[in-house]
Design a protein around this ligand. Structure first.
Ligand code: UDP
Length: 289
């Protein structure tokens, strides 16, 4: 297995446990530039991209480039190796949805020039490019639309709600609610996502497939659950009164397709996944630097 990353938002610490593995190689590379991999390749899984709103606002051009040029290079690599290709896409292709829950057939409500446009449009373009390679070259391609996912090895300062809340809860601080906290999300544990991705890669299904949980909760309710699991009694505060520009008000996948074609459904309850994640961060933070 070969992993490639330019580490602008990732960390090599996350793969430190693989360092001595003879079947694993890490190449420090920005996939927006031409990709070279020696020898045969069975599958190319293109997950490269900043994924947190604060990251893609910090790296707007790299985010567009990795969705466009990075996807193009990764498809080119897969084509030259006659390898299967999987694109990590996102629920953000649905934007601030006007259809709820979101089925794969919903085309979305995205503002190309809004603050999230750099990420949303990059992923929408990436999906279009993947389907073009499939249709024109007959390539074996797969597209997974990933909904909010959390778990160990996230960056505690990546700005997303799960690491923010967990960091705050561990430090005994109040959790910061953006907007009025009524906006909803569904949170899935990383192991469930990986199971869905592997099943999709091995399936024969070409059109996009949603992978996410269907337990929809408001950010306010989520804060209450995090505080309960972490035993934090500092409560929550409103970070600012207004809604963040471009922040989707509701989000929930319809996962009937994943159940039907992948026989997949999430196994790990939110409280259980949060407990595992909080334990991981407590253990990591208590280690000497
Ligand atoms: N959010 C929040 N407090 C935080 C971080 C995020 O209330 O400290 C909100 C954010 O405004 C959004 C939701 O939590 O409504 C999920 O945000 P995240 O950045 O995790 O991902 P998104 O689903 O928006 O891509």
């Amino acid at each position: 297995m070969v992993a490639m990353d330019n580490l602008i938002t990732g960390s090599q610490d996350n793969i430190a446990h693989l360092a001595g593995n003879p079947d694993f190689e890490f190449i420090y590379h920005d996939v927006s530039n031409f990709i070279h991999v020696a020898g045969p390749v069975d599958a190319v899984l293109h997950f490269a991209s900043p994924a947190s709103p604060i990251d893609y606002l910090k790296y707007p051009i790299q985010t567009l480039k990795v969705g466009a040029l990075g996807t193009h290079n990764a498809l080119g690599l897969a084509r030259s190796k006659a390898a299967r290709f999987l694109l990590a896409s996102t629920s953000e292709v649905y934007g601030d949805p006007l259809v709820h829950p979101q089925r794969e057939t919903y085309a979305g409500n995205v503002d190309p020039v809004g603050p999230r446009g750099v990420y949303d449009e990059a992923k929408r373009y990436a999906e279009a490019l993947v389907m073009a390679y499939h249709r024109q070259h007959g390539m074996e391609t797969r597209i997974v639309r990933i909904f909010n996912t959390y778990g160990p090895r996230m960056r505690l300062d990546d700005g997303r709600v799960v690491p923010n809340f967990i960091g705050q809860a561990i430090r005994g601080e109040p959790l910061t609610i953006y907007g009025d906290g009524s906006q909803t999300r569904c949170f899935q544990y990383i192991d469930d996502l990986i199971e869905g991705v592997v099943r999709l890669l091995q399936s024969e299904y070409v059109d996009p497939v949603n992978i996410g949980t269907t337990r929809e909760i408001s950010v306010l309710e989520f804060a209450r659950i995090v505080n309960t699991v972490a035993a934090n009694d500092a409560g929550a505060v409103y970070a600012d009164g207004s809604r963040i520009e471009g922040d989707p008000q509701i989000r929930k996948p319809n996962t009937a397709l994943a159940r039907r074609v992948l026989n997949w459904q999430p196994q790990i309850e939110l409280e259980e996944g949060l407990d595992r994640t909080i334990r991981y961060f407590r253990a990591t933070l208590s280690q000497p630097a």
